[in-house]
Design a protein around this ligand. Sequence first.
Ligand code: COA
Length: 171
Amino acid sequence: MERNRGPGYSYRVQDVRLDPMTAGEFEDRLGAVMSEYVAEQIQVGNWSSSDAEELARVQQRRLLPHGIETPGMHWYVARTPPDQVIGFLWLATEPTDPITGGAWIYAIEVDPHYRGRGLGRQLLQAAELEARRLGATAIALNVFGPNRIARQLYESSGYDVTSLQMRKSLD
Ligand SMILES: CC(C)(COP(=O)(O)OP(=O)(O)OC[C@H]1O[C@@H](n2cnc3c(N)ncnc32)[C@H](O)[C@@H]1OP(=O)(O)O)[C@@H](O)C(=O)NCCC(=O)NCCS
């Protein structure tokens, strides 16, 4: 594992490098992030399709009042050498938070074409290194129940379940 101490805050774990996002890259990614979030909330039955878009807008305003400039929110493009974009990371840090220990992964994604090659695991390792560099002593995240691939990745990477929401439709 190589640690890159060059300009900015770019880390390299084997093949995956994290570079801070530009404002344009952030705008390109944000719409897809929110759409996927809406789809997952509807899929698990938390939100109805009629008010999901509005609920997502409320969440976005709460979490990202200043967009990419929101304090404590860190967005990165993930690249493999020499310069191939393979995914992205949205990491939040609050080093004084006693519950999460300081870091929360809001979104971690390998672009579809690059999945299943070990890059997601490397991206997660890069996220952990970056969280540590930013002062966190632990890292946490939410994963929706049906997302078995992500759950397997986290469980096999040493993440423990801290709470589990369950739901049964009474239709
Ligand atoms: C979750 C995600 C980041 C994993 O990235 P990836 O590059 O495909 O994952 P990797 O190839 O590194 O595989 C990591 C682990 O995921 C699991 N996994 C990957 N592909 C899988 C598949 N097709 N079926 C079952 N498990 C799979 C395995 O446990 C694998 O570990 P292993 O190879 O040691 O068995 C990627 O699927 C993704 O971007 N999904 C959409 C966004 C998302 O759901 N993000 C997580 C939100 S919580």
